[in-house]
Design a protein. Sequence first.
Length: 379
Amino acid sequence: MEKRYLFTPGPTPVPPQVLAAGAEPIVHHRGPDFREIYARTLARLKDVFRTESDVLLFTSSGTGAMESAVANLTEAGQRVAVVSHGSFGERWVAICERYGLDVQPIRYEWGESPDPDEIGAAVRESGAGIVLCQQSDTSTGVVADVRGIREAVGEATLVVDAISSLGAVPLETDAWGIDVVISGSQKALMAPPGLAMVSVPEQVLARAPQPRTFYFDWRANKKAQDKLDAAFTPAVSIIRSLEIALGLLLEDGLEAGFERHVRLGRAARAGVKAMGLELFSPDDDGAAVVTAVRAPDGIDADELLLHLRDRHGVTLAPGQAHLKGKILRIGHIGWFDVFDIASALAAVELSLTELGAEIERGLAVARAFEAFESPVTTA
């Protein structure tokens, strides 16, 4: 019996009580037992999204909610702007192109942080009325300044993919005036994969055109949720799990969670640098979701990941697209603590040594603990 360790930025480890909730007997989704669970889940989602607006819940991956935004907010041929600084920005581009939109990409080098002022100028030049972006792109570890982007794009409707950032880094949907926020269950929300959610204010829904989707129709789903019903059979077991996970987040306090994620990011980066490795993700407290690391000379990152998994039972995330084989990614969102980060760093150090890489040994874990213990100051 080999112990397995999961250190990816999604899916992430799930607390035992959350798993236990999902193993409860199935209840009927139109019965009073489920309605009570559903009501608590929807209310807790509003608290985590920091919004008074409806949060629509879908049985899908987060990409389903991304598609729902395009299908409900746009008409064929409409011009939209997409901020892309990684793989998931390119996913926005692909979805928009599939729906026949006039896509105006605002592209940054992977690993570069988007500049809100540049984005605002590009949006004004393009004439786009809708802007789509990521808060966190886990392919690179970059967390964008969506508050600054909101201020920079003026009257344009801003849609933020917070699939990997919600619950990990600050996101004030209402206070920052963000129009639509999207997330998923399997990241910092500490629940199993299978649920996506999207916050939709009344004013956004009122001006939306006729939806170009059946399953992801926002109006149909809102009509059902208003009666504590679901437009289609929901994933009742995952919703039970999500209810418990959201309760844990809110009980601990979102601010405490944000601080913990900053500390975990610091620990991961400090340990990586102590080995003499080069970071790909930014080296600052904003990079609190995932730490991306360049593989050392002579080491293929994908081979290293296979070695970690097959030899030591440790799963990290690979690079995507042109970064495949060049970087590895350590996730630290959700149900992680500093001992998890220490384990991941120790496994990387050991595996690199076994593969013949020249690295500094014996320092990573100690430096990680030192970084984790340093105080976090808030503005």
